[in-house]
Design a protein around this ligand. Sequence first.
Ligand code: EPZ
Length: 418
Amino acid sequence: MDKIVIEGGKSLHGEIRISGAKNAALPLITATLLSPGWHTLHNVPDLRDTRTMLALLESLGVVWERQGDTLRINSDKLAGYEASYNLVKTMRASVLVLGPLLARMGRARVSLPGGCAIGARPIDFHIKGLEKLGVNLTLEQGYVDAQVKERMEGNTIYFDIPSVTGTENMLMAAVVAKGTTVIKNAAREPEIGNLVDMLVSMGARIEGKDSDKLIVHGVEELKPAEIAIIPDRIETGTFLVAVGATGGELTLTNCNPAHLPSLFEKLRAVGLDIEAQDDAIRVASNGSIRSVDVKTMPYPGYPTDLQAQIMALMALGNGLSVIVETIFENRFMHVAELRRMGADIRIDGHSAIISGKERLYGAQVMATDLRASASLVIAGLAAEGKTEISRVYHLDRGYDDLANKLSNVGARIWREKE
Ligand code: EPZ
């Protein structure tokens, strides 16, 4: 198992190319199950999670080939419809095969995901939504067993909370249902827009892209797609916050500044100088950090997947900052580790109260989940002395070659065997 080692105190200078988005690649890979033939996905990040999703599809009879960041996928020989516990327990997003398998085969058997470090994360919205489309679902021995006699029937689905993968599963189920489906209080994350573009390019009829009301007119059949995965706005945001913590100047390329409205506003308030171009961002910081308050919200609000990273920055702020986590009930696992580096953070229910410090100190710390690991990397880059982060398999789930990308812009960071 690897660990990451950082000697902090270096400012960042240079250029980083952003990879494709994990949270777009996962649903778009499963959407290839919707129609036979060769699908081509461009700008696909090479991550532990994308490899897990491909292993799941392979277990169902799908073949795929990768050349650089282009993936070709063919499900002509789709035979299986079961997503086993062994795969689902390593990656909850495996639940995204439910909708496409039901649409293609009328049958799906998917292990219930079980608990997660950041929260209970039930899939009741997915189940209720599919039932509205006429699917029979039974829960037995830890599995969702879903069947539909002939074809799903369009209906109106309302989400109590805008669920990202819930919206994606409903879209992939409804595109070949009989009649029209209306998804109300749908999630609006850009990754869903990427999926809508793919489905429409396959022949689906969907209105309301990027809004909280999606209208899907079912069609008889779909054809293979060729599409690019959007840039990863969470990876982009992670590097922007890192510059705030270390000082310096970076240009991020192959990204989409329009996908980060709330983060730009917060980081400008912190004191960063941010210039956005079409597909690039120039960011500079002189190292002074003003404390700001943050509240995570569904898109276009401040993303929960950038909460841990900005907390590491606020640990070095010039005053008091309150961060409220409204999406997941247990997403403060990084706090105890940041405290080991000298941070002053108090938790009160869903709020973290951060008293900014002059400096942090390097220490041995442990990654607990994907974004928590990114916040420890940011803290380590800014800290005095050496930081060692263990369990970095969490980081590899969602960051493509993070250590090399950072060392190419001046960070003293490397991987070592534990
Ligand atoms: C997606 O998870 C992302 N994962 C998460 O990113 C991200 O944190 C999250 O959306 C919120 O933005 C992928 O896209 C693969 P939700 P998802 O359904 O879809 C509750 C990362 O770091 N809920 O939008 O699982 C749920 O518990 C990961 O890359 C139900 O109660 O999240 C949460 O409180 C972590 N019942 C809220 O809704 C349901 O059936 C939003 O969750 C579904 C969700």
